[in-house]
Design a protein around this ligand. Structure first.
Ligand code: SF4
Ligand code: SF4
Length: 168
């Protein structure tokens, strides 16, 4: 019997484990322009990300295969982040000492552009504060979930995968 992957035991995937399934972009590529990264390690019959990609950057020979992004072909349009029903696609862009992460946002309320938010790690624990740069509301998203781009300290780039709005 094959071993159960660690992410199925814990309920979340670490960047180290993710790298066993997909190649991650180089730092040079991360600094060039926004790039989409699938955090989708399970072979499930699902392919809307591949179908919506305008440049053919997402390869997946059959819907049961894992999505693999050709990072050179990705133009950072964010459509895969919007359409993914599993909330498994993210975009990343390194700018100076910050990282800009584009992610789905399912919690309410939806933050506003320019708002300071609490950054949550993959477990849902607060790890710092960041600033919301853009918001694509649900009515303008290709999927059912708003997506946001948040600026975070670069050392948290691979930790932060959600945010929480805290208003007085
Ligand atoms: S961001 Fe756009 S171009 Fe890049 S992989 Fe996603 S859909 Fe394709
Ligand atoms: S749409 Fe999302 S869940 Fe479906 S294959 Fe693509 S990344 Fe995975």
């Amino acid at each position: 019997m094959s071993e159960i992957p660690e992410y199925l035991r814990t309920g979340y995937i670490t960047p180290e484990e993710l790298q066993k399934f997909i190649p991650l972009p180089s730092e040079e590529r991360l600094r060039k322009r926004p790039v989409a990264i699938p955090e989708c390690p399970q072979e499930i019959p699902c392919a809307p990300c591949r179908e919506i990609c305008p440049t053919g950057a997402i390869s997946m020979p059959t819907p049961n295969d894992l999505p693999i992004v050709d990072y050179d072909k990705c133009i950072g349009c964010s459509l895969c982040v919007q359409i993914c029903p599993g909330l498994a696609f993210f975009m990343m862009h390194y700018v100076g000492d910050k990282a800009r992460i584009t992610m789905p946002h399912e919690l309410l309320p939806v933050p506003e552009r320019g708002e300071e938010v609490v950054l949550l790690n993959r477990v849902g624990e607060p790890v710092g504060k960041g600033k919301v740069l853009t918001v694509v509301p649900r009515e303008r998203s290709k999927g059912d979930t708003p997506i946001i781009t948040v600026e975070v300290p670069i050392e948290l780039a691979w930790e932060v995968r959600a945010v929480k709005v805290v208003r007085e």
